[in-house]
Design a protein around this ligand. Sequence first.
Ligand SMILES: Cc1cc2nc3c(=O)[nH]c(=O)nc-3n(C[C@H](O)[C@H](O)[C@H](O)COP(=O)(O)OP(=O)(O)OC[C@H]3O[C@@H](n4cnc5c(N)ncnc54)[C@H](O)[C@@H]3O)c2cc1C
Ligand code: SF4
Ligand code: SF4
Length: 423
Amino acid sequence: MNAPIPSRVLNQHLIDPEICIRCNTCEETCPIDAITHDANNYVVDPGICNHCMACVPPCPTGAIDNWLKVLSDQAYSMQDQFGWDVLPAAQDIPDGMAGGETPADPQAEEAVQADALDEISPLEGMPSTAAGSSIPPWSAAHPYVNLYTHKNPVTATVVGNYRVTGDDTESDIRHIVLDFGTTSFPVLEGQSIAIFPPGTDGAGRPHHARQYSIASPRDGERPRYNNLSLTVKRVTTDYDGKDAAGVCSNYLCDLKKNDTVKIIGPFGNTFLMPNQADANIIMICTGTGSAPMRAMTERCRRLLKEDAFKGRLMLFFGARTERELPYFGPLMNLPKDFIDINLALSREQGRPKRYVQDLIRERAADVLPLLESESTCIYVCGLKGMEDGVLQALEAVVSDAGRPWAELHAQLKSQGRLHFETY
Ligand SMILES: Cc1cc2nc3c(=O)[nH]c(=O)nc-3n(C[C@H](O)[C@H](O)[C@H](O)COP(=O)(O)OP(=O)(O)OC[C@H]3O[C@@H](n4cnc5c(N)ncnc54)[C@H](O)[C@@H]3O)c2cc1C
Ligand code: SF4
Ligand code: SF4
């Protein structure tokens, strides 16, 4: 008969459901699919997670960095975690097993030591399966993150909310300006905030916060007024096209002037623009993915006025029609020698269907020298589905010129020059 396996102390990896904003970044990052989610929570499978830490730095809130000492036969199952609203309290670990003390069984001893090692292992050198960089460009300014959390959210007042897509189009995208009054809320271009929609979900729990990219530059939508702007799309269908009124996007799109909203953040420490004067920026986006691109473009436009911007801006912007393209009017008014605009329209009557990846290939002669310049950073933001197409187009631009893509891709990643933010 087999002897019972002695219980040992595990350092169980858990996600704090109170802080998590359900952005899916960790699930995408985990190289071995240890993370999954249901309608309620993101959870870590204790039977799969090997404590590699790859998911920890990309999490915008720190919710994923929770480690609880538990006895192996009392580890929390996925089912337990799906049901949580808060993290459980620490378990009682019997004397002699707590604090890293080892149980008598040699195998268990090894496991505890491995867990202890995991606890002190540095984050550098962790595996990265993502196609983009996990570090910002070298010259990016230092961001503030998590200044306001679930425990101390900040309230902002709506000072503007208007539609930036054609009135006759299906796609209702809004430019929403939020004022922070006297509360300090420092942000950088490329960061995001999260907003709590009021009310509760079907199970009676308060709705979780949704994340939105900031569409204004660091000194505000209106400089020195302590405000920022968002670009929000009203969600009326789910990803499969079935009717579904998005909770937070509809709340935001319906806000009136002087309404107040509950906010946490700022989030994001890698999708940041370079700060050196000669930096070039390639921006590739669809729909509300234009928000961070607007922030960066406006920052460069303000710097240009002070003669402090010497780089090149190249934009690839995809939409179904011109009228569904947010900020179309103001975008087309920007000087041609300031920004090289390439519009990929997929449903414009009388014109062939074009997607951003088609235009990147067509402009290969101009894209290639930019990609090869160490002063160039590339930002991709918008629908999740665009990542592969854009990567393939960049690869084609480089490979068709007889250059090794794998080498350049590795450089772009390690130098913090290729960034994805898709949702
Ligand atoms: C890093 C990051 C930045 C983001 N920036 C922006 C931004 O700048 N502007 C913006 O509008 N959104 C942005 N989002 C998406 C945003 O956080 C919400 O997911 C979106 O507004 C839908 O929330 P909801 O509460 O309205 O929908 P929910 O009530 O959460 O969902 C309703 C249904 O719609 C589906 N759904 C959710 N989002 C979409 C979508 N975008 N398109 C189609 N179906 C969807 C859901 O799967 C669900 O079935 C960002 C997300 C992330 C992770
Ligand atoms: S907030 Fe962190 S833990 Fe929650 S889904 Fe995003 S990355 Fe995962
Ligand atoms: S620590 Fe590693 S294995 Fe565990 S959930 Fe995070 S990325 Fe996945």
